[in-house]
Every structure is written in C-alpha cells, then in structure tokens.
Design a binder for this molecule. Structure first.
Ligand SMILES: *[C@@H]1O[C@H](CO)[C@@H](O)[C@H](O)[C@H]1NC(C)=O
Ligand SMILES: *[C@@H]1O[C@H](CO)[C@@H](O)[C@H](O)[C@H]1NC(C)=O
Ligand SMILES: *[C@@H]1O[C@H](CO)[C@@H](O)[C@H](O)[C@H]1NC(C)=O
Ligand SMILES: *[C@@H]1O[C@H](CO)[C@@H](O)[C@H](O)[C@H]1NC(C)=O
Ligand SMILES: *[C@@H]1O[C@H](CO)[C@@H](O)[C@H](O)[C@H]1NC(C)=O
Ligand SMILES: *[C@@H]1O[C@H](CO)[C@@H](O)[C@H](O)[C@H]1NC(C)=O
Ligand SMILES: *[C@@H]1O[C@H](CO)[C@@H](O)[C@H](O)[C@H]1NC(C)=O
Ligand SMILES: *[C@@H]1O[C@H](CO)[C@@H](O)[C@H](O)[C@H]1NC(C)=O
Ligand SMILES: *[C@@H]1O[C@H](CO)[C@@H](O)[C@H](O)[C@H]1NC(C)=O
Ligand SMILES: *[C@@H]1O[C@H](CO)[C@@H](O)[C@H](O)[C@H]1NC(C)=O
Ligand SMILES: *[C@@H]1O[C@H](CO)[C@@H](O)[C@H](O)[C@H]1NC(C)=O
Ligand SMILES: *[C@@H]1O[C@H](CO)[C@@H](O)[C@H](O)[C@H]1NC(C)=O
Length: 829
C-alpha cells in the first residue's frame, strides 16, 4: 500500500518535470535501438546459416513435407528457430535442426559439413532425422572445439566410425543411433574421456567392445542396442562408476556375464541385455550397490541360473520391470520371484514346471506373463488376493487344469485375461461380473452355454472362446457389447438359429468367426449393417437359404461362407465393397493389432482356407482379401461383376451347382492368387485372356463341363493336369493334345462361335508368342511395378513366420512380446 502511494507520488513528481520524462523516454528509445542492433547476430554466421538453410532446402523448389523455416529471415539470426546465441557475444552456440525433412519425399543426400565450420563457438549440434547421408563428417566437426553435444541420429550416415573420432575431445553427448554405420568400434572412442552419453544403437557395427571403453569414466548411458557386436562383454566397467543405463540388447554377445562386474555402480537403474541368446548369465551372490528399476534378460541364456537360490535379484527392491522371457529358465518358479517386480513380470517362454505359486506377500504387480511354460495343476484359491492390482495376466500355453469358474472368479476386474491353450474345464459360471477388455479361453475344455456373466460390463473388445466344447444357442440379451471388435466362437458346438438383430447389439464388430459349429437357419440379414466388419467367417455350419447381401459392408476383406447349405445365387453387387475393388489392396485400418489398454494390444491372424485341402496361413488381415463360398449348393451363373474385384486374392466358389460359363471379365482379377471353380456345372471354354492373371498360383476348373483348349503361357504353364481333369471336352494340357478335327456334331452346331473362337485364339497365340518373347521381362516388370505390394507381402509373411515360430511348442495361441506391447495372435483351426 505504502509502496503504491510512493509510486504514485513519484510519477506525479515526474509529470511536474517534463524534461526529466523526455530524457527518460529518449534514453529508453536509444537503449532499445542499441539493444536491437547488438542482438542481431554476427553477419558472417548469418550468411552461414542461410547457406545451411539452402542446403537443406534446395532453392526454388517447394518440397512437400519440408519444414520451411519461416522464421529464418531478418537480421537477428539469434531469434531464428533452432538457433541459440551466446548471451553476451551473440555468437551462435547451439543449432537444433532436427526433423526438418523427415516427412519429405527426398532421397538421403551427402551432407556438406563444411557448412558448419563457420560456427566456431558452437556447443551443441542436433541434425537428427534429416535424411542426411555420406561418411561421418568427423574432420569438419572436429574443428568445432567447443562442441559438447552432437546428435546425428536417424540419418543415413554410412561407412566406419573413423579412428579420428577422438578429435571430438570435449564431447559429453554423442548420439549416432539409427544410421548405417559399419565396421568395428574404434579403440579411440575410449579417448573421449568426457563422454557421459554414448548411443550407437541401430547400426550395423561389428566386432567386440574395445577395452579402451574402460577409460570412459564419466559415462552414464551406454547404448549399443541392435548391432552385430560379438564376443564376451569385456571387463570395462570398473571405472565407470556413474553408469546409469546399460543397453546391449539385440547383438550377438556370447560368453559369461556376471553382475558382479557392475557391483560397485550405485546409480545403475536400467540394464537391458536381452536378445543375446548366446550370452550366459551367471549366478551372482554379491550384494551389488545398485537398485535396478528395469532389468531385461529376455532371450539370453540363463540356463546356468538357479532361481531357487535368491541371489542379488531378490535384493532388488525398486524393480518395476523384470523381464526374463525365453531365457532357458527351468524348475519351479520360486515364490520370491513373483514378488520381485512392482509392475511387470515376464517369465514366458521358459521351461518352468510345477504349479502356479503365490508370492510371499501380496504384490503390486500390474502385468504377469507366465505363458508358454509347462505349468500344471489348478489355480490356488487365494490367487487374486495376492495380486490385487493386476490388470493383465497371461497363462496361455501351459497345462493348467481345474474349473474355469475358479479362474474367472479370481480374475474379475482385470483388463486382460489369457487362459488359452490349457486344459481348463467345467462350465462357464452364471454368477459373475467379469468386466474384462479381452478374454481368451481358446483351446481348452470348457463346456456349457455362453452365459451373461462372460459378456458383463460392456467393456469387452475381444472375446475368444474358440475350440472348446461350448453348446446351446446364443441369447441376444447377453450381447450388449458396444465395444466388441472381435468375436471368435469357432470350433465349438453352438447350435440353433442366430436370434434376430443380435448383431445390431455389437455394432463395432470387425472380426466375426463362428466357423465349425452347428448354427442353422438363415444367415442374419442385419450383418449387412455392421459397417465396421472386415472379416466374416461362418464356414462349416448348417446355414441355409440365400447369401446375405453384404454389399453395403464396404470394408469387408474376408468372406468365408463355405461348407454350409446355402442355395440361391451369388449376389452381383460385390463390387460395392471397396476393399475388393481397389487395385492396391485394402486400404483399411489394419486389424492385426488393436489397442485395448494403454499398452496392451491384441493381434489377429486369420487362417483363411483357400480350398478343400489348403490353408492360407500367415497373411495379416491388412493384406489378405478373399471370398470362399465353396461347398454349398449355390445355383445360377457366376456374375460377370465378380471380374471387377481387382483387389481380390482368393476366390473359391468350387463345389456348388453353378452353371453357365466362366466370365471373360475374370481377366481383370489382377491380384488373384487362388481361383477355384472346380466341381460345378460350368460350360463353354476357359477364357484365353486368363493368361493375363500373372499372380495366379492355384487354379482349378476340375470336374465341370468345360471344353476347348486350355490357356497356356505365363502362370498357366505351371498348372498340372489336376487343374483340368473331369472335363471331357478340355484339351491342350499335359497328356491330352487337342485333336485337329473336332467331332462332327460340334463343328456343325458351333460353326459360328468357332470362328470367333479362332479369332480369340489368334489373340491368345499372339499373347503367348509375345509371352515367350517378352515373358521374362514382362514378369520382371510386373514384379517391379508391384514391388511395393510384394515387399509388403513378404515382410508380412516373414513377420507371421517369426511370430509363428515364437509360439513354438504350444502351437501357441497367444504371445506376449517382451516389448511391453502385448500382442495376441490366434490362428484358426
Ligand atoms: C563474426 O565472427 C568472426 C569470427 O568470430 C569475426 O572474425 C568477425 O569479425 C565477426 N563479424 C562481425 C560482423 O562481428
Ligand atoms: C531461383 O530463382 C531465381 C529467380 O527466379 C533465379 O535467379 C535463380 O537463378 C534460381 N536459382 C536456382 C538455383 O535455380
Ligand atoms: C543465457 O541466459 C539464459 C537465461 O539467463 C541461460 O539459461 C542460458 O544458459 C544462457 N546461455 C548462455 C549460452 O550463456
Ligand atoms: C531439439 O528440438 C527438438 C524439437 O524442437 C526438441 O525436442 C529437442 O529437445 C531439442 N534438442 C536440444 C538438444 O535442444
Ligand atoms: C538418440 O537418438 C535416438 C534417435 O533419434 C533417440 O530416439 C534418442 O532419444 C536419442 N537419445 C538421447 C538421449 O537424446
Ligand atoms: C587414443 O586412443 C588410441 C587407442 O586407444 C591410443 O593409441 C592413443 O594414444 C590415444 N590418444 C590420446 C591422445 O590419448
Ligand atoms: C586409458 O587411458 C590411459 C591414459 O590415457 C592409457 O594409458 C590407457 O592405455 C587407457 N586404457 C585403455 C584400456 O585404453
Ligand atoms: C550417483 O548419483 C547421485 C545423485 O544423482 C550423485 O550425487 C552421485 O555422485 C552419483 N554417484 C556415483 C558414484 O555415480
Ligand atoms: C536402451 O536402453 C536405454 C536405457 O533404458 C534407453 O534409454 C534407450 O532408449 C534404449 N535404446 C533403444 C534404442 O531403445
Ligand atoms: C563360464 O562360467 C562357467 C561356470 O561358471 C565356467 O565353467 C566356464 O569356464 C566359463 N566360461 C568362460 C568362457 O569363461
Ligand atoms: C499392423 O502391423 C503392421 C506391420 O506389423 C504395422 O505397420 C501396423 O501399424 C499395425 N497396425 C496397427 C493398427 O497396429
Ligand atoms: C530391451 O531391449 C529390447 C530390444 O532391444 C526392447 O524390446 C525391450 O523393450 C527393452 N527392455 C526394456 C525393459 O525396455
């Protein structure tokens, strides 16, 4: 109060002396103009910055995805975005130009590091994520004597890390991760004694860790993840007392590793040695100085480790993640292990035997993964009270027994419960209020009906009950599941008709698999209103009457109605389904991995049968498209509109009563790999244009009434007799040459048509002849044009294969990944 009065008084006195006011104003203006002068940066550095900008952004071109550095104009370069100047000398001391071109469709280009040399006072330089390439510009950068922070990560720098790297003597922080660096780690790195942070992760570095690293005594973070480093982990840690984070995962280290090497490192909190499957982790009985927060030894070799002797691990009181998946552990799980971590405990993929045990005292555990072991017996009664905070548990792929009701009862209130692939039996309980997001009971011996208790809570995102002995009809009052995306009831004995409008209560449904049950009646018409539906598998039931007119379900990728009693004809409107019409395949949101919690997701892999004998494993749903209507009693002609489904990969309409001819429009099915029209009553000839289906690998028209010469060339030269047999009128394939004279009756009747046929034949022969000439290059060109898809496809297959092999012994129906993202994969039968 007094101050305010004083201020008012003094301002009044100011107004009494106008000259003073004027003087002060002038002084202020002068000061401001001087200030704006002096903050404008050193002119030569400004020019250098503009040069740098020009090299990032080629002049006179606007490239989409490039940040335009709008603020880089005017005199005061110290105000420019990403530029920091010294407070008094106004020299540029910091440049942070990360991710300026990361979204641009640019090739990586060699970086001209001479552009940096004018910034003599530079202390930090961040050029990460900019599509820069070439050799590491160590020589140019070494002229920056004050540089302590260098981040060139996420670029395409290649070649070796030069021995001269130690000229960057004052570096404290060096991040070269995510480049294409090769060769050995230079000894001289050990000379940069001021280093505190060193990341060389995600490169292709080879050889061993140099002993000179023992001199990096200030190092806090060492991150060599994801390289091809090998040999033993050398004893370099003695002097590295400040070490906090050690990440050596995804390399090829071998030999013995003992935590006693790190025993005197009080600040160590994170150790990740995972994915070094030849690295033998030895038992340590020391009491180390550290208290770890995260320890990941998954996919290492702990076969020498005896968990029943509580070594240093049992003294780690702050562990929040303990990951020991797929690390050759065996024996029974000692109770203390279950209490060893506060948040995540992953013990999956080992050879643990014995029963599910309880921790010594109730734990804070949020996620527990015990899947893919050999655990047996029943669930201890008190299980839930020892894991009061649990939100996810996975015990799939064991040999657990006991009543399903006790399991479900113990895990009420969880988000995610995976009991799949065990020997759990009994009826689903009536009295329960499960409130799960995800329930997987696949492959057990559960009996009884599907009661309301299972679907209670309206939170379910995925309900998988495949391959049990469930019976009875579905009751629509149990299905108020607004969030449900994936419903799998396949391989049970459910029966009865599906109640009217049941599916309207599951509007979010993306995957519906009720294959191999005893459902009867018509296929519910309201399926047509499930606009999110992508996969519909009703195979092997007793559905009758017509096909649902699915033409409004625009995202449908897989429609499998085979082995039912469907009559009537194939609807002609499938071309309304966009994922089947797009040339590039479905541009759908992918289903493979759907998040159901903050970190949890399940991944769906559908096995889609492509014929009578063969299963189509592995393609993820984001790539697969197909229609299987085989083994029904469908009648009428094949609609020519089916030829418009350019995105279709599988079309199986075999074993029906289809009549008429094969539409010539089928030559537009350019992505088709499987085309099965066998065992129908089709007539006429095989359209010669079908040779244009370069992707076709399985083709059958066996057992119809087709006639004429079979196509030849390209893929068609790979099909055998079995593709054609049972068509007395067909000729021109193995062992059945076309006779030069046609039977007299046919000549007379089909004379007119024959002349057209000959014209067609001319076209065909031309195609074939051209095929012989340009075939090789054509196929090559085709693959080139389709490279993107093909690569994607192979990548996906690779992934599927690796996920299959991970599931290993249990024919695994689900797998937690050690990354913390939990993925669930389920294959159909
Ligand atoms: C800019 O900095 C350089 C090097 O420090 C110096 O030689 C030059 O005189 C400075 N230029 C101006 C205009 O201050
Ligand atoms: C950019 O455009 C200006 C004027 O349009 C022209 O003078 C200059 O030569 C161009 N620069 C390049 C590199 O094309
Ligand atoms: C400049 O001043 C700010 C705030 O006073 C300080 O945080 C910063 O470290 C100084 N920068 C330099 C290069 O001295
Ligand atoms: C560089 O800029 C990015 C994005 O603005 C920021 O996230 C990062 O922390 C900065 N790095 C440094 C070292 O200043
Ligand atoms: C090192 O670079 C990688 C890739 O840009 C980044 O993810 C990581 O956070 C960086 N590390 C540090 C400590 O800045
Ligand atoms: C740098 O390291 C190399 C190899 O470890 C060593 O021979 C050399 O003497 C070191 N140089 C300095 C200046 O320490
Ligand atoms: C560590 O540095 C010292 C002094 O520079 C040097 O003599 C020694 O050879 C270095 N050790 C290793 C293992 O490089
Ligand atoms: C451990 O960290 C603390 C606090 O960050 C620090 O004071 C201490 O010097 C560190 N000790 C060692 C040996 O690194
Ligand atoms: C390696 O582990 C350290 C410590 O947890 C972490 O900071 C770093 O990001 C990890 N590196 C990669 C590439 O994930
Ligand atoms: C690894 O440790 C085991 C047992 O402690 C020992 O028998 C073996 O010789 C060690 N191997 C190597 C290569 O040091
Ligand atoms: C599905 O998998 C692919 C490849 O693994 C991945 O790129 C994509 O992000 C995944 N989709 C979702 C929704 O996670
Ligand atoms: C350890 O590294 C692996 C891959 O290198 C990563 O997937 C895993 O999440 C890391 N572990 C922890 C606890 O961060």
């Amino acid at each position: 109060m007094i101050c305010a009065m004083a201020a008012t008084f003094s301002s009044i006195s100011l107004f009494r002396r106008p000259w003073l006011l004027m003087f002060l104003t002038l002084a202020l203006i002068l000061h401001l103009s001087m200030a704006s002068d002096s903050t404008s940066c050193n002119g030569s550095e400004r020019e250098a910055l503009l040069g740098l900008k020009a090299s990032f952004f080629p002049p006179n071109e606007t490239i989409e995805g490039v940040e335009d550095l709008d603020s880089w104009k005017g005199l005061n370069c110290c105000d420019w975005e990403g530029v920091e100047c010294h407070n008094t000398t106004y020299h540029v001391v910091g440049l942070n130009l990360s991710s300026l071109r990361s979204n641009a469709n640019l090739q990586s280009e060699n970086f001209d590091a001479n552009l940096l040399t004018p910034f003599e006072q530079l202390q930090y330089l961040v050029l990460s994520n900019n599509k820069l390439g070439g050799e590491l510009p160590v020589e140019e950068i070494s002229s920056l004597k004050h540089l302590y922070w260098l981040d060139l990560s996420k670029n395409s720098f290649e070649g070796k890390i030069p021995e001269e790297i130690d000229q960057l003597l004052s570096l404290r922080h060096l991040n070269l991760s995510n480049n294409q660096l090769q060769g050995r780690l230079p000894e001289s790195l050990g000379n940069i004694s001021s280093l505190q942070f060193l990341s060389l992760s995600t490169n292709q570095l080879q050889g061993t860790i140099p002993l000179s690293f023992a001199n990096l005594s200030l190092l806090k973070d060492l991150d060599l993840e994801d390289n091809q480093l090998e040999g033993t982990i050398p004893p370099i840690f003695d002097k590295l007392r400040y070490l906090e984070h050690l990440n050596l995962s995804r390399n090829d280290f071998s030999g013995n590793f003992s935590f006693s090497m790190l025993a005197n490192h009080p600040n160590l909190t994170i150790v990740n040695l995972s994915h070094n499957n030849k690295l033998v982790i030895l038992q340590t009985n020391d009491t180390p100085a550290f208290q770890l927060v995260e320890l990941d030894l998954s996919y290492s070799d702990m076969s020498k480790y005896d968990l029943s002797v509580p070594g240093f691990l049992s003294n780690q009181k702050t562990l929040s993640k303990l990951l020991l998946a797929y690390s050759n552990l065996s024996g029974s799980i000692p109770p203390w292990v279950l209490g060893a971590s506060h948040n995540w405990l992953y013990l999956h993929g080992n050879m643990f035997t014995g029963q599910l045990v309880l921790p010594p005292t109730p734990t804070d555990l949020l996620k527990l993964d015990l899947s893919n072991n050999r655990l047996s017996g029943e669930l201890p009664k008190e299980y839930h009270s020892f894991f009061p905070h649990l939100s996810e548990i996975n015990v799939s792929g064991n040999v657990l027994t006991g009543n399903v009701a006790s399991y479900l009862h113990a895990f009420q209130g969880l988000d995610m419960l995976d009991l799949s692939v065990n020997k759990i039996s009994g009826n689903l309980p009536l009295e329960l209020s499960l409130n799960l997001l995800f329930l997987d009971l696949t492959n057990n011996q559960v009996t009884g009906n599907l009661p309301a208790s299972i679907t209670y809570g309206n939170r379910l995102r995925a309900l998988w009950l495949s391959n049990n002995h469930l019976t009875g009809p579905l009751l629509s009052e149990n299905f108020n599941l607004l969030q449900l995306e994936s419903l799998r009831l396949d391989g049970n004995s459910f029966s009865g008709t599906i109640p009217k409008n049941l599916f309207l209560r599951i509007p979010s449904l993306k995957v519906l698999n009720i294959r191999n049950n005893n459902f009867s009646g018509s296929i519910p018409v309201e399926l047509e209103e499930l606009s999110n539906l992508q996969v519909l598998i009703l195979r092997e039931n007793r559905f009758e009457d017509g096909l649902p007119v699915m033409c409004m379900v625009k995202r449908l990728t897989i429609l499998d109605l085979s082995r039912n009693n469907l009559r009537e004809s194939i609807p002609p409107c499938f071309q309304n389904i966009s994922s089947w019409v797009q040339n590039s395949g479905p541009s759908l949101e992918s289903l493979n991995s759907t998040r159901i919690g903050t970190e949890t997701s399940y991944r769906e892999v559908v096995s889609f049968t492509k014929g009578n004998n063969y299963d189509y494993f592995g393609l993820t749903l984001s790539l697969m498209t197909g229609i299987d209507l085989s083994q029904n009693q469908l009648q009428g002609h094949i609609p020519t509109e089916l030829g418009l489904l350019k995105g279709l990969i599988v079309l199986n309409i075999s074993n029906n009563h289809l009549t008429g001819s094969i539409p010539a429009s089928f030559d537009q099915l350019r992505r088709i790999e499987v085309l099965d029209l066998s065992n129908n009553k089709l007539e006429g000839r095989i359209p010669p244009q079908l040779v244009l289906l370069y992707s076709l690998s399985t083709f059958s028209v066996a057992n119809n009434n087709l006639s004429g010469v079979v196509p030849n060339g390209f893929q068609f030269s790979t099909f055998s007799e079995s593709s054609y047999h049972g068509n007395p009128g067909l000729c021109g394939f193995m062992g059945k040459p076309c006779s030069t004279t046609l039977p007299p009756s046919e000549v007379n009747e089909d004379e007119k048509e024959d002349s057209i046929w000959e014209k067609d034949n001319l076209v065909l022969y031309a195609v074939i002849a051209m095929g012989f000439i340009v075939g090789f290059w054509g196929v090559l060109a085709f693959f080139f044009l389709n490279m993107k898809w093909t690569t994607l496809c192979f990548e996906t297959m690779d992934r599927s294969i690796s996920s299959l092999s991970l599931r290993g012994k249990s024919r695994g129906y689900s797998s937690f990944s050690s990354s913390g993202v939990t993925s669930y994969s389920v294959l159909g039968k």
